[in-house]
Design a protein. Structure first.
Length: 270
């Protein structure tokens, strides 16, 4: 009887131990490593206009208007030598304006002239002291474009020129020659659909540099400027683009340069 009791006790104890240990212990896992805090990158804030800032026009005969709109009454007319005092106020809206062949989109700024006349000036037409902005006044006899070069056409011989039309397109080509080099300028106009200016500098059969300005309505009023320098080895392409808010027909003229930063790299498609 005693033996039977011991047997039953041992049997029950074994069953209890098996029940407790029957479930496999979960494998130990490392505690998730703490995520490293990502460093905060503070970008330098571009210098903005502040009240009391002195501004100068980079175009001559700039109109100061009574209110921030193009049709407002002109209260003063200044040159690039006349300082303007910024009051700190600017318009809530921006304006799109063509200046010397370049499209600027900017708000209006409230200013005071040298004789304390208050008024509003288009922000794209003025710059702060030391700021690089604007481009020279365009002269049809003077070709001057970034990365392409400067050419005084009065020193070149015009060797050919003509116009062709086909469909909606009209193409005008003029060729100049000087010292063994040729400069071919081609203007193509397809009316409201777009236009392009092409410049090719060559020496004999070798192309030295090319420049293309192309405006098309196919991609949402896209203006593209491209310069390729084949005198570099390998050839280098400079390209920049700008989406216009207004069609050139509403700007009073055709843009001849893009307003924006350049991207430099290998020639696309080669």
């Amino acid at each position: 009887m005693i033996r039977l009791s011991r047997f039953l006790f041992l049997f029950a104890l074994a069953a209890l131990l098996m029940a407790c240990g029957g479930e496999a212990a979960a494998p130990a896992t490392d505690a998730p490593a703490e995520e490293r805090e990502k460093p905060t990158i503070i970008m330098p804030k571009p210098k903005g206009l502040e009240a009391g800032e002195t501004l100068y026009a980079w175009v001559d005969r700039l109109n100061i208007r009574e209110s921030p709109e193009l049709k407002a009454k002109v209260v003063a007319n200044i040159s690039s030598k006349n300082p303007l005092l910024f009051t700190g106020k600017q318009s809530d809206h921006t304006e799109t304006v063509l200046l010397r062949g370049v499209v600027y989109e900017a708000p209006w700024l409230e200013v005071k002239t040298e004789d304390a006349t208050p008024g509003w000036v288009f922000g794209g037409a003025v710059k702060m002291v030391g700021e690089e902005k604007g481009n020279p006044e365009q002269d049809p006899e003077y070709v001057q474009y970034p990365y392409f070069g400067t050419f005084d056409l009065s020193e070149w011989n015009k060797v050919s020129g003509g116009e062709e039309s086909g469909g909606d397109a009209t193409t005008e080509t003029t060729v100049y020659e000087r010292g063994g080099q040729t400069l071919t300028i081609t203007f193509t106009d397809v009316g409201e659909y777009g236009y392009s200016y092409s410049y090719v500098l060559a020496e004999g059969e070798e192309t030295l540099r090319t420049r293309l300005l192309d405006f098309s309505t196919d991609d949402g009023l896209l203006l593209m400027e491209q310069v390729v320098n084949y005198q570099e080895d390998p050839a280098v392409e400079y390209r920049r683009t700008q989406i216009l808010k207004k069609h050139p027909m509403l700007l009073g003229g055709k843009p001849i340069m893009v307003n924006g930063p350049w991207n430099q790299g290998p020639v696309q498609g080669e």
